[in-house]
Design a binder for this molecule. Structure first.
Ligand SMILES: *Cc1c(COP(=O)(O)O)cnc(C)c1O
Length: 460
């Protein structure tokens, strides 16, 4: 969240006040920092220095064309999970030759499109998919490059919904079934075995699960080597976590260093190209969701701030009970302390507002203040207008709020807009990328008409 800092009590995205962005583009709006995205990706590249490493950006974290374009210009590869994502890579000028196609349910049409585009590799998740892909490739007179996604049965230590490397998950091919699957792949005439991959989950905040998965992968690589099946690359997937509150994930450089160190001790560890499929760790902390407080209310002793963003805009809290920082765009004491607070302070980190203070002063009721601009300090649940009790974006936050205030929901660059929906016929938010003091609209706010443009009434 380094790209979002306070200056004179005003929250900025790079050099631009979020207040200005709200005035120009309205709310709710996703705001991303160009330099934060580029910097995160560059850090991987610097860490990879001198080695054969391809960092494939996992599009599903944030698939805006401008984000893809930005990363393509940095030399990124891409990790896609659908034909739609492939089309996005192509539309944004990304290189299909650096694109890996993941996913447990690729359709024939998707396979055909990817073969014609010339993707780098198919990450295959079952024996059945191998046969399927072989047939499609044969019909096009092509050989499909394949890697098998093995399931290393490693606990990523993350939320069950984003943990994918355990035996009982739907993903990948079980470790003990992998050799047979590789034999099948090697025997099919229209497939070419090029690699091995795994992806054990997301928001992993420790190096150990990555290394445990790497060890399992290397075991298989050795078995395959003994069988005469040689691989070109090892793809260790994505999943590196970010700091939402007080998590302390390894740095990008530390993770890669640990992986290199492990490979150094392997007899053929240096010969393989390494692929990664990072999503969240590239864009997660590069974005906020900018929203406005519509109403303050109190029910049964709880204080609610009803904002104009909702679970349809940012689903992670409703889906995973995820914690996002909530930052006032204008610090309540900004006017008073403007003279003192001349420097910039880093926004976020350490969950400074995270722990609800149960003894927060709540003398005046929120509803009484509805018509005044006086902020009311209370412990708030930050909720949206959607008709679901699960529609909350943050709970138990001590904030001084007035109706009309702007808030920034932190660390919203990954799995925010990408998971948004039109539930309650709510148009999706606009997206803006800030570059220095400039704001670029990279996705318009949806119009309401567009939401039902594809619908037809029954004939009379
Ligand atoms: C989601 C996903 C990723 C990206 O995960 P992050 O946690 O965002 O880095 C990479 N590979 C595969 C196969 C995925 O499904």
């Amino acid at each position: 969240m380094d790209a979002f800092t306070y200056r004179h009590g005003e929250l900025l995205a790079e050099e631009l006040a979020l207040t200005d962005i709200a005035e120009r583009f309205g709310t709710p709006t996703y705001v991303y920092s160009r330099s934060a995205i580029v910097e995160a990706f560059s850090e991987f590249q610097r860490a990879a220095a001198g080695r054969k490493v391809l960092v494939c950006y996992a599009l599903k974290a944030n698939s805006n064309l401008a984000v893809i374009d930005l990363l393509a210009r940095q030399g990124a590869g891409f990790d896609i999970v659908s034909a739609g994502e492939l089309q996005r890579v192509l539309a944004a000028g990304g290189d299909p030759g650096k694109t890996v196609f993941s996913g447990v349910g690729k359709s024939e049409a998707e396979m055909r499109m990817a073969l014609q585009a010339g993707v780098r590799c198919f990450n295959v998740e079952s024996e059945s998919e191998l046969h399927h892909l072989n047939r499609v490739a044969a019909s096009l007179g092509k050989r499909a490059p394949v890697s098998l996604r093995v399931n290393p049965d490693v606990d990523a230590g993350t939320h069950p919904y984003i943990s994918t490397g355990l035996r009982e998950n739907k993903f990948g091919i079980a470790h003990e079934a992998a050799l047979a699957a590789y034999r099948t792949a090697a025997a099919l005439p229209n497939l070419q075995v090029v690699g091995i991959d795994c992806h054990i989950g997301s928001q992993i905040t420790d190096t150990a699960p990555f290394l445990a998965a790497l060890d399992k992968v290397l075991e298989l690589v050795d078995t395959l080597h003994a069988e005469g099946i040689e691989l070109h690359h090892l793809d260790l997937g994505g999943g590196l976590g970010i700091r939402y509150s007080d998590e302390t994930p390894p740095s990008r450089a530390a993770l890669l260093a640990a992986v290199f160190e492990r490979l150094q001790r392997h007899p053929r560890g240096q010969q393989y190209e390494l692929l990664f499929e990072f999503g969240r760790s590239i864009v997660g902390n590069a974005g906020v969701l900018l929203t406005r407080v519509e109403y303050l209310k109190e029910n049964g002793g709880r204080h609610f701030a009803v904002i104009d963003a909702a679970m349809n805009d940012l689903m992670r809290p409703a889906l995973y009970e995820a914690w996002h920082e909530v930052l006032p765009v204008r610090q309540p004491n900004a006017g008073a302390s403007a003279g003192v607070d001349s420097g910039s302070t880093r926004a976020g980190g350490h969950g400074s507002q995270g722990s609800a203070s149960p003894t927060a002063p709540t003398t005046s009721s929120a509803s009484a203040a509805a018509n005044t601009a006086q902020p009311i300090e209370a412990v708030y649940d930050i909720v949206g207008p959607v008709c679901e009790s699960g529609d909350w974006l943050a709970r138990g936050r001590t904030l001084a709020l007035a109706e009309g205030d702007l808030l920034a929901i932190g660390s919203a660059g990954a799995y925010g807009m990408a998971m948004s929906s039109n539930y309650n016929t709510r148009p999706r938010a606009a997206e803006v990328i800030v570059d220095g003091a400039q704001a670029h609209l990279v996705r318009e706010r949806e119009s309401i008409e567009s939401l039902f443009a594809l619908e037809r009434p029954l004939p009379r």
